[in-house]
Structures are given as structure tokens and as C-alpha cells.
Ligand binder design. Structure first.
Ligand code: HEC
Length: 100
């Protein structure tokens, strides 16, 4: 009974941690790479780069995968998305989609 309690506490903590980790990892990547062009929240009004904050999660994921496998063409984004793993894409999409 006692051990069972400890195990479920451990599972609870690790599941909270892995959910939070993806948004934090996405944030780190966004801040380091994407924000230079897309901003973190809304880019300057005169910016020619599309804003990502608050956009649909699945839309962002799909766009990044399309850039990665070059079904959507952009010299810049094909290069950048080429180095992202599925997990990176997932993390980044969850991060940006949660912003307002
Ligand atoms: C050097 C500038 C630059 C950087 C850095 C950059 N992007 Fe982009 N991004 C662009 C440009 C330019 C476009 C528009 C390309 C097009 O016409 O499809 C774009 C388009 C996009 C789109 C499609 C938006 C839409 O409205 O369909 C997504 C999603 C995106 N970028 C995500 C990212 C992510 C995530 C990162 C960081 C890993 C990133 N970008 C880093 C320049 C950049």
C-alpha cells in the first residue's frame, strides 16, 4: 500500500513534468531560433514575417512538416525546418499555440 502510493506519486510527478517540458522546450527553441523573424508574441506591424503566436497547433505542426519535407517551399523555412525533429515541431507548435 505504501509502496503503491509512492509509485503513483512518482507517475503523477513525471507525467506533469513531461507535459510541462514540451512547452518549455518549445519556448527555448522559439526564443533561440524562431523569434528572430517571427517574434515571440506579435512581430512588429511592418514585419514581413507571419506571426505564430496563438495560431492553431495543428496548423503550425503541419506547416513545419511541409517545410521539412519540402512540400511547401521557402528557402528560409526549408532550411530551418530541415533540422527539426517531430518532437521539436510538437514542442514549438504547443508553445506558440498557447500564446495570445
Ligand atoms: C530568418 C527568418 C526566419 C526564421 C529564423 C524562422 N522563420 Fe518561419 N518563416 C519565415 C518566412 C520568410 C516565412 C514565410 C515563408 C513562406 O512564404 O511560406 C515563414 C513562415 C513560417 C510558418 C508558416 C506560417 C503561415 O502563416 O503559414 C511557420 C509555421 C514558421 N515559419 C515557423 C517557424 C518556426 C517554428 C521557426 C523556428 C524553429 C521559424 N519559423 C524560424 C522566416 C523565418
Amino acid at each position: 500500500m505504501k509502496i503503491h502510493g509512492i509509485i503513483s506519486l512518482f507517475l503523477l510527478i513525471s507525467s506533469i513534468d513531461s507535459q510541462a517540458a514540451s512547452v518549455y522546450a518549445g519556448k527555448a527553441k522559439a526564443a533561440a531560433v524562431c523569434s528572430q523573424c517571427h517574434g515571440i508574441e506579435t512581430p512588429a506591424a511592418e514585419s514581413s514575417f507571419p506571426s505564430l503566436a496563438g495560431r492553431n497547433d495543428e496548423y503550425l505542426e503541419q506547416a513545419l512538416k511541409d517545410y521539412r519535407d519540402k512540400t511547401r517551399l521557402s528557402d528560409i523555412m526549408n532550411n530551418i525546418a530541415g533540422s527539426l525533429s517531430d518532437k521539436d515541431i510538437n514542442n514549438i507548435a504547443s508553445y506558440y499555440s498557447r500564446l495570445k
